[in-house]
Design a protein around this ligand. Structure first.
Ligand code: SF4
Ligand code: SF4
Length: 355
């Protein structure tokens, strides 16, 4: 600790903010590791079964870490939270398009891009405090911490009724990332205001009515969960509501006035539409095999749905947006696919068509 006293941490904090911005993180805040805001809301959400089958959220060890980040890094003195915009030129209103993909997934996978930038930021910090040993952990949607809660605590914005972190004047189309670090920076002032006011646009627009009153979501019904994390089938009563979404859903963000306003003046960023999305064709994707899926989507967030989940999504979307060109690949799945769940879905698509 004596060594830290020789470093002007306030000056360093300002330097880190400047460096983070030059790397593309348009918002950055500092907080302490004394636990997130609203942990109880998260705990109730888990206990009420709203996390669906996401067992990585409900394991006792990960719950404990979410409550106390020092269980992840005992030497942690500060948490740096950064936000990077992902919409190339304002968000795309994809609601009239088929198929529909959540805006965050139209670029390359942020799990590949952002850690490299965090690494550069860490190297910058290390170079500034040398020879003090820097202990740290970095996450971007990859570890057991409550990112949005920490972002609010670090002063970035508030958690809207759609459950997203909303940055004033900028909206919610941001990736969040965190650096847990052993340097004792002064925390920034937490964000206390709530600019949702009487607005209920996100709640009113959600196709499956899964946004709950306490700013949480029932994942069991959320299209984002059903088409990404869900490893099972999609309940028949929800299939129609999924409409043309083949990966994720962001209706509750697209309708938010803060995003509509933001889309007119987007922050610059480097997430551009990936080649796999540019070349997307549902007929050929209905025919791809596992290794072709890997080649095409390994660098895309779509890979997270896994091969069977992705085909499942295509079939549900095809059933809701039938076109004659889909007949041949769907019959092929019905007659030849090894997976009974996909065969059942193919039968569902064809039944829909002839009803
Ligand atoms: S992602 Fe879609 S389904 Fe999920 S809460 Fe938002 S609007 Fe509803
Ligand atoms: S749509 Fe309205 S209620 Fe929902 S998050 Fe945005 S401002 Fe808040």
């Amino acid at each position: 600790m004596k060594r830290f006293l020789q470093i002007d941490l306030q000056f360093l904090k300002d330097e880190i903010k400047t460096e983070a911005k030059s790397l593309g993180f348009s918002r950055i805040g500092f907080t302490n590791p004394d636990g997130p805001l609203h942990f109880d809301t998260f705990f109730d959400w888990i206990n009420n079964g709203y996390a669906a089958e996401m067992e990585y959220l409900t394991r006792p060890d990960t719950i404990a870490k979410r409550k106390d980040p020092k269980l992840i890094l005992p030497a942690c003195k500060s948490i740096i939270v950064v936000a990077m915009p992902y919409t190339p030129s304002g968000f795309e209103k994809r609601d009239n398009k088929f198929p529909k993909i959540a805006n965050y997934a139209i670029g390359d996978d942020y799990h590949i891009i952002i850690p490299k930038l965090l690494d550069k930021l860490i190297k910058f910090i290390v170079s500034k405090v040398n020879p003090v040993e820097v202990e740290y952990r970095v996450y971007t949607d990859t570890g057991p911490i409550l990112e949005k809660e920490l972002a609010q605590k670090a002063g970035l914005g508030w958690i809207g009724k759609n459950t997203c972190l909303i940055i004033p004047g900028k909206g919610s189309f941001f990736f969040l990332a965190e650096i847990l670090i052993n340097l004792p920076f002064d925390p920034d002032i937490k964000f206390e205001k709530d600019f949702c006011g009487n607005c209920t646009r996100c709640i009113d627009s959600c196709p499956t009515n899964c946004i709950l009153q306490n700013r949480t979501i029932d994942a069991n019904r959320c299209i984002s969960y059903l088409t990404i994390e869900n490893r099972g089938s999609i309940p028949e009563e929800l299939r129609k509501k999924i409409n043309g979404w083949i990966f994720g859903c962001d209706i509750c963000q697209q309708v938010c006035p803060w995003n509509i306003k933001f889309s007119k003046e987007p922050d610059p960023n480097f997430f551009q539409t990936s080649e796999s999305i540019k070349k997307f064709d549902i007929v050929s994707d209905l025919k791809i095999d596992k290794s072709e899926f890997k080649n095409k989507y390994l660098k895309s967030p779509i890979y997270r749905a896994k091969f069977v989940g992705y085909k499942r999504n295509l079939l549900v979307a095809a059933g809701n947006n039938f076109h004659p060109k889909l007949v041949e690949p769907i019959y092929n799945i019905l007659n030849n696919d090894e997976n009974p769940e996909l065969q059942e879905l193919a039968a569902w698509v064809l039944k829909n068509k002839y009803e």
